[in-house]
Design a protein around this ligand. Structure first.
Ligand code: ADP
Length: 274
């Protein structure tokens, strides 16, 4: 099966088979400043179809900013990002970077689903409405189609029995599961999770990680997971990327990153979790 091929490739420290394809996400030379603060330093990064990449690193190292430039929530100062071959921010014309047009941004946004630390569901809408708004308004689905799709996704995250409730009546973990369903309803090519459990009560962290693992197990979807949960990263990721001070310092299969880290900075970072 695919899974066993992946396992054996992973055990050999190689890349998953999907690497033969073109990357679905491609960062080249991305730089981002906040004032004088150089937050992303010449980032090159590829994400392949179906690949699960965990991004780890100290607070303030630029992980969220790396996600936000992909989500088009921040504009990089230089460099290019492509999603499915389409340029997000700048494209090269005759060797020069020129701004990509807004139409592209709008289209590419639809390829990416994001789950943040704070679930930000719409408080005045039921769980079902939370999951049907975007497919109706953005994808143009009928209410029936949108509801059928939303119910399938809510079932997947174990929230089907809560569809008529409002967010405030749910636990943080349950709200985060709804936020995951809401993102999946859009059938994104890439799912981006930015510390999806770090704002949760400890007792609800596990249920959210389980849901994400389940999606990772079944899906064709590429996933980028920014996380402080090292055992989760180890279990779910094909590749782990270690970020420090705005750079990718080291990356590789989880067995290598956690079992045999090369850089002092990664070794020091991992000590905090022992
Ligand atoms: P991480 O996700 O690794 O914790 P971030 O990407 O959130 O790191 O932040 C990287 C650095 O950029 C931090 O020093 C942070 O304070 C700074 N930063 C992030 N967003 C902004 C902003 N909108 N304005 C100014 N500084 C910011």
């Amino acid at each position: 099966s695919d899974e066993s091929v992946k396992e054996s490739v992973r055990a050999e420290g190689g890349m998953p088979p999907s690497r033969k394809a073109e990357p679905i996400v491609k960062y080249r030379g991305i730089n981002k400043y906040f004032g004088d603060h150089h937050v992303l330093k010449d980032i090159d990064f590829d994400l392949y179809p179906g690949e699960r990449v965990a991004i780890i690193g100290p607070s303030g190292s630029g992980k969220t900013t790396m996600a936000r430039v992909l989500m088009t929530l921040e504009r990089p100062d230089s460099g290019t990002i492509e999603v499915g071959g389409r340029h997000l921010w700048h494209k090269e014309v005759d060797g020069k970077l020129v701004p990509a047009d807004e139409k592209h941004l709008h289209e590419v946004r639809g390829d990416i689903g994001m789950v943040f630390q704070h679930f930000n569901l719409f408080p005045h809408m039921t769980i079902l409405r939370n999951c049907t708004e975007a497919p109706i308004k953005v994808l143009g689905l009928s209410r029936e189609e949108a509801e059928a799709r939303a119910k399938r996704m809510l079932e997947k995250v174990g929230m089907l029995d809560k569809i008529d409730q409002y967010p405030a009546s749910l636990s943080g973990g349950q709200q985060q599961r709804v936020a995951i369903a809401r993102a999946l309803v859009m059938r994104p090519k890439v799912m981006l999770f930015d510390e999806p459990t770090s704002a949760l009560d400890p007792e609800t962290v596990g249920e959210v990680l389980e849901v994400i693992k389940e999606i990772a197990r079944e899906g064709e979807m590429a996933m980028m997971l920014i996380t402080h949960e090292m055992s989760f990263a180890r279990e779910v990721a094909d590749r782990v990327v270690f970020f420090d001070e705005g750079r990718i310092v080291e990356q590789g299969p989880p067995s290598k990153i956690f079992g045999n880290p090369e850089s002092d900075r990664l070794r020091d970072f991992l000590k905090r979790f022992n």
